[in-house]
Design a protein around this ligand. Structure first.
Ligand code: ADP
Length: 349
């Protein structure tokens, strides 16, 4: 196990920067989720760590060792792919044993280690099956066992659950997390699913166009998105864009009939974006007391959707914006309502 340190990693394909000066540290035994839209450079990053992509510049360190120019087979990394990539003509046993054979382990050592790996991923008894005789979830467990059996210093998971159905995906997500903690293995976990990233990771790194937009603990990155892209990508349900206004009290933005502060660098009639998450807004039918802690916005219920445990309402504001807000009671259509949002939960860009 080792700390992974990446400095200034850049990879271009023609004019396109797949990785643009990426800095990243994953402490020993931690799991970093690399999150970003398609084409943001996630796979290029993980392939550069594994040694399948040669960077133009930058450095990759595993512990004190500079592995930037090491051959892939000398790096002691292991990778799990979205497509499982098991050898179809080999049994489960042979698939898992393959890496150990390459390392010239004895048959006894191999048998012992394969048994250990199969128990780890909860698949004993399936040694003689072929991959086609396994479900998708079982195939991915085998791929995981094959990766872990060689005791890698770093585990690279490239969208490992994206091919599985929702229920298995959810279950395996927690199993991977438990295994990773139990083995204390430094792990990079690539995903485009923000919920998966936030739930599994010790740290989340958000990529866009090959650049790190923000990195940090899941709670920090979720509750303090650095810009509009990050907020939007991490599941903001309401993004409202409007113009700044000025009166004798100074510059402000208006939402729900309430004055909201705007960033210092704005001028009159500049565009501002306001972000509110549906689950962070409290909806009430009684007008709340004024407070230093929260903003109160006015609106009218114009549509509703039943979500099982709660209702989701569309609220129209006097400025003509629509906001989505959750509430646990069924309210009459067209009611006048109030929205309370904690001042530190309304993001203004
Ligand atoms: P992601 O995994 O986030 O979807 P990738 O790392 O696969 O993104 O790709 C990042 C960018 O680099 C994309 O625009 C992709 O088209 C480009 N790219 C990746 N590999 C190659 C390649 N071998 N040749 C040319 N362009 C590539």
């Amino acid at each position: 196990m080792a700390t992974l340190r990446i400095k200034g990693l850049t990879k271009t394909y023609g004019q396109l920067k797949a990785l643009d000066n990426v800095d990243l540290t994953v402490e020993e035994g931690k799991l970093a989720a690399i999150l970003g839209p398609s084409g943001s450079g996630k796979s290029t990053l993980v392939r550069a760590i594994a040694g399948f992509v040669v960077p133009d510049c930058g450095e990759i360190f595993l512990g004190e060792r500079d592995i930037t120019h090491e051959r892939p087979e000398h790096r002691n990394t292991a990778m799990v792919f979205q497509s499982y990539a098991l050898w179809p003509h080999m049994t489960v046993y042979q698939n898992i044993a393959f890496g150990l054979k390459l390392k010239k382990k004895t048959p006894e050592e191999i048998a012992k280690k394969v048994k250990w790996a199969l128990e780890l991923v909860d698949l004993p008894g399936l040694e003689e099956r072929l991959p086609t005789q396994l479900s998708g979830g079982q195939q991915q467990r085998v791929a995981l066992a094959r990766a872990l059996v060689v005791d890698p210093e770093i585990l690279l998971l490239d969208e490992p659950l994206s091919n599985l159905d929702a229920k298995i995906r959810y279950k395996l997500r927690f199993e991977i997390k438990k295994l990773q903690k139990r083995l204390n293995i430094t792990t990079i976990y690539i995903t485009h699913d923000q919920e998966e990233a936030l739930s599994i990771a010790d740290s989340v790194v958000l990529l866009k166009d090959g650049r790190v937009m923000q990195a940090g603990a899941p709670q920090d990155i979720y509750s303090r998105p650095g810009d509009l892209f990050v907020a939007e990508f991490l599941g903001a349900s309401n993004i409202v864009t409007g113009k700044t206004l000025r009166d004798e009290g100074g510059l402000y933005a208006s939402l729900g009939g309430t004055r909201l502060p705007v960033p210092d660098d704005k001028k009159e009639n500049d565009e501002v974006s306001l972000i509110l998450r549906a689950d962070e807004v409290e909806l009430t039918t009684e007008k709340p007391a004024e407070s230093e802690d929260y903003y109160v916005l006015k609106g009218i219920l114009c549509d509703q959707m039943y979500l099982g445990s709660r209702w989701r309402y569309e609220v129209s504001t006097p400025e003509g914006h629509s906001l989505l807000v959750d509430h646990d009671r069924n309210l009459a259509a067209h009611s006048e309502i109030y929205l309370c949002i904690s001042r530190d939960r309304l993001y203004i860009y």
